[in-house]
Ligand binder design. Structure first.
Ligand code: CA
Length: 219
């Protein structure tokens, strides 16, 4: 899962990106509304954290432009304390959730998890399939009750496929959703991650759909 953070306060932006990274997400940063708007319209994010007070183009305008262009990504807006009208305007402009500054990073992460879960139609907080369980809050993966150690990229591939259970994910989809933008991407590494996941979790979990990509369970 890959998140865009649009925030002009460099220290806060860095903290958010680091917290998202520790939470198992790939995260990109934009420091103004223009860059944020461009990235949100051209890259397939799973969620966006959008500050409203931004240089160049303000956050509300960015959000309205995305929604007018049909960009349906879940968006959490960051609003100033006491500015209740910002929340109303933000939600009317297409925001899915809001957080008032200052906030705890734990709360932001919880809201991101909930948004992504809902956008994929999952009701339960954890991802489960048979004896495999991924605790989204802690990133703990267990199979038959035993902890399975995964690298950050293996974890992201697994979570993406479980979120999209029943659907085929192409190698391009996986590449776009597990790496941050500045990462040196190579879609061949997806095969390596899938092979390692099969070794750790068994052959029966991830199916290769020839000519298309990978899938967990048929529709
Ligand atoms: Ca700001």
């Amino acid at each position: 899962m890959r998140i865009l953070v649009v925030e002009d306060d460099p220290a806060l932006s860095k903290q958010i990106v680091e917290a998202l990274g520790a939470g198992g997400y790939a995260a990109d940063r934009a420091g103004d509304g223009e860059e944020g708007h461009f990235l949100g319209e051209t890259e397939p994010y799973d969620a966006v954290v959008l500050d409203l007070g931004l240089p160049k183009v303000d956050g509300l305008t960015v959000l309205r432009r995305w929604r007018q262009a049909g960009v349906a990504v879940p968006v959490i807006i960051l609003t100033a304390r006491g500015a209740w009208h910002e929340k109303v305007e933000g939600i009317d402009a297409g925001a899915d959730d809001y957080l008032t500054k200052p906030f705890r990073l734990e709360e932001l992460l919880a809201r991101v998890r909930a948004l992504i879960r809902r956008s994929h139609g999952h009701a339960a907080p954890d991802l489960e399939r048979g004896h495999l369980r991924v605790e989204m809050r802690t990133g703990r993966v267990t199979q038959n009750g035993e902890v399975v150690a995964l690298t950050a990229h293996e974890y992201r591939v697994l979570v993406y496929l479980l979120m999209k259970r029943g659907q085929v994910a192409t190698r391009t989809d996986l590449t776009e959703h597990i790496y941050a933008q500045d990462f040196d991407r190579d879609s061949n590494t997806i095969e390596v991650f899938v092979a390692r996941l099969r070794k750790k979790l068994g052959d029966g979990l991830i199916e290769t759909v020839r000519g298309f990509g990978y899938r967990i369970d048929p529709p």
